[in-house]
Design a protein around this ligand. Structure first.
Ligand SMILES: NC(=O)c1ccc[n+]([C@@H]2O[C@H](COP(=O)([O-])OP(=O)(O)OC[C@H]3O[C@@H](n4cnc5c(N)ncnc54)[C@H](OP(=O)(O)O)[C@@H]3O)[C@@H](O)[C@H]2O)c1
Length: 302
């Protein structure tokens, strides 16, 4: 795919722009944060020319290591860490409120994701793979994005990007509870993310929303959640850095901003959110129901 790329699309400087990357301590999230932090390296004559990158991570020690590595490799000191467990709606709201008061934001990158496959129950009796996958992949994106939207909305060239997955192509939006199969729940959550981006794009025309598939990349997440897939295809997977290209292009390039908002991208190209010959599109009523399902509990935890 890279044969068709316009190389200078990513040769951009983003002085003073503020980025937030969830899951910025691992896999494609860390590689994305590093690549953004490196932008403007040639302008290091004055600290204010560098982009600011906020990492939202759950594990303090691992996140501090990642932050240190990003600072060392990029030479950019403006890397900030926020410890938030994205499966905890209360903690996300608290983070949103603090962040809004203290920081600007131009580009939100909803990258964190998980695929929990073990069948366990939470303390509330919810199936853990359903609860955890959905809390991290869909509810956290919902709360973080609805909460933070007013911040980039005030800025020039604001963008929201969600790292979805091509896996969502096998799922039609389903607002009934899904159980048992972590892979199916994951794909459903990734479908929900794409629908959310489309809905937000309608309500917030000043912001450029997009979702994307990073390509299959060799990350800790893939190694852990899909060991069989990883063992079979390891030689053909993208590196973490290669997996960042789609998100970097959406976050940085003016070519991406020139595309209509709300599209789903693969390798710098908008592609259909539905496989041909399948009936995966959802009705406005089904999409409205998704918002209702997310909105009411989200407010409960505010
Ligand atoms: N790699 C691929 O081929 C591929 C393909 C399609 C889509 N994706 C998507 O790409 C994104 C990045 O995944 P990856 O492959 O880079 O996997 P990864 O290395 O496992 O990264 C996932 C990130 O999400 C964070 N995260 C998970 N649960 C969290 C929580 N409760 N609170 C805060 N952070 C949490 C992880 O933190 P910890 O390190 O603390 O666990 C980690 O930083 C995900 O959304 C994934 O679904 C990846």
């Amino acid at each position: 795919a890279s044969k068709d790329f316009v190389p200078h699309n990513l040769e951009v400087q983003v002085p003073g722009r503020v980025f937030l990357v969830t899951g910025g301590n691992s896999g494609t999230g860390k590689a994305t944060a590093l690549e953004i932090a490196k932008r403007d390296k040639q302008l290091l004559t004055h600290v204010s020319t560098e982009p600011h990158v906020h990492l939202v991570c759950r594990d303090q020690a691992g996140a501090e290591d990642a932050r240190g590595e990003i600072i060392r490799e990029s030479g950019n000191q403006n890397i900030f860490l926020h410890i938030v467990d994205l499966s905890d709606p209360k903690k996300i709201w608290k983070f949103v409120e603090n962040f809004k008061q203290e920081h600007k934001l131009h580009v939100l990158i909803n990258n964190a994701g998980c695929m929990v496959n073990k069948r366990e129950l939470t303390e509330d009796g919810l199936e853990k793979n359903f609860a955890t996958n959905t809390l991290v992949n869909t509810r956290s994106v919902y709360i973080l994005t609805t909460g933070l939207i007013p911040v980039p909305e005030k800025e020039h060239d604001p963008r929201v990007i969600t790292v979805s997955s091509g896996g969502m192509l096998v799922q039609k939006l389903n607002t009934d509870d899904l159980h048992f199969d972590g892979t199916m729940v994951y794909a459903q959550n990734k479908r929900q993310q794409v629908v959310l981006m489309e809905r937000w794009a309608q309500g917030h025309p000043a912001i450029h929303f997009s979702s994307m598939h990073p390509g299959w990349a060799d990350t800790p997440g893939v190694r852990q959640a899909m060991p069989g897939f990883h063992a079979r295809f390891r030689d053909r997977l993208r590196s973490e850095t290669q997996g960042t290209d789609p998100v970097l292009w959406l976050a940085l390039s003016s070519a991406a901003a020139a595309q209509p908002s709300s599209r789903f991208f693969q390798d710098r190209k908008p592609v259909s959110t539905h496989l041909s010959l399948t009936r995966m599109s959802s009705s406005p009523a089904e999409e409205e129901k998704l918002i209702e399902i997310l909105e009411q509990p989200a407010q409960t935890f505010k």
